[in-house]
Design a protein around this ligand. Structure first.
Ligand SMILES: CC(C)(COP(=O)(O)OP(=O)(O)OC[C@H]1O[C@@H](n2cnc3c(N)ncnc32)[C@H](O)[C@@H]1OP(=O)(O)O)[C@@H](O)C(=O)NCCC(=O)NCCS
Length: 179
């Protein structure tokens, strides 16, 4: 994945030196569980996740330009519900200290441009657990189309099971909205 710059952010591949910043937001119990993962319990755990990020190259670090700190991540992953080519699933998390400033909406819009131009994708999908109204709002603000809800869909690490609300945007839809 390449580096993307927006007004307030740099989205760039993770580096091993980002470990402390990653651990700082990933240990917060309000962050990971809303995206399905367990809060990090140690810096060693963050180090292992960071290694995966770097090797898999599906996730970008979100850097807040003001302080040059890594404050979250954004990924374009394989969509576990689809086998078609040229489809990726958007995912994101942000440090709780930075919620409500439009940061993930800004990052997601830039990721959509990257997905439909550089990566030449046909479809970008995104999902949220039914209760996650913040993520729902980000998805609405980006202009995704609601596809439906997979009821009783995902069981996460702590045993909780959630309905998953599914959305997508085609390249044509993106061009109409942003072209
Ligand atoms: C979801 C998350 C990524 C949103 O990031 P963000 O940068 O704060 O999002 P934005 O500021 O772009 O937009 C958030 C919107 O939610 C709204 N919002 C906040 N709390 C809300 C609530 N309880 N109910 C409904 N909307 C809410 C905000 O008002 C804002 O909408 P607005 O611009 O119309 O006012 C961030 O909260 C997060 O990392 N949460 C934990 C991990 C997570 O949920 N990841 C997504 C998994 S699908």
């Amino acid at each position: 994945m390449k580096t993307i710059e927006t007004d307030r952010l740099i989205l760039r591949p993770f580096k091993y030196t980002d470990c402390e910043d990653l651990y700082e937001y990933a240990k917060n119990p309000h962050v990971g569980p809303n995206a399905g993962w367990k809060p990090h319990e140690s810096i060693e755990e963050s180090k292992a996740i960071l290694k995966n990020f770097i090797e898999e190259d599906e996730v970008l670090a979100i850097v807040w330009k003001v302080n040059n700190k890594v404050i979250g991540s954004l990924g374009l992953h394989k969509d576990c519900f689809r086998t078609a080519d040229n489809v990726r699933m958007l995912g994101y998390v942000l440090s709780e200290d930075y919620w409500g400033k439009g940061i993930i909406t800004e990052a997601s819009k830039a990721a959509l441009a990257y997905a439909f131009t550089d990566l030449n994708l046909e479809l970008v999908t995104v999902q949220h657990y039914a209760y996650n109204q913040r993520s729902r709002r980000v998805i609405e603000k980006c202009g995704f189309h609601y596809e439906g809800t997979l009821r009783h869909c995902t069981k996460i690490y702590n045993g909780n099971t959630y309905d998953v609300m599914c959305y997508s945007m085609t390249k044509d839809e993106w061009e109409k909205l942003y072209g």
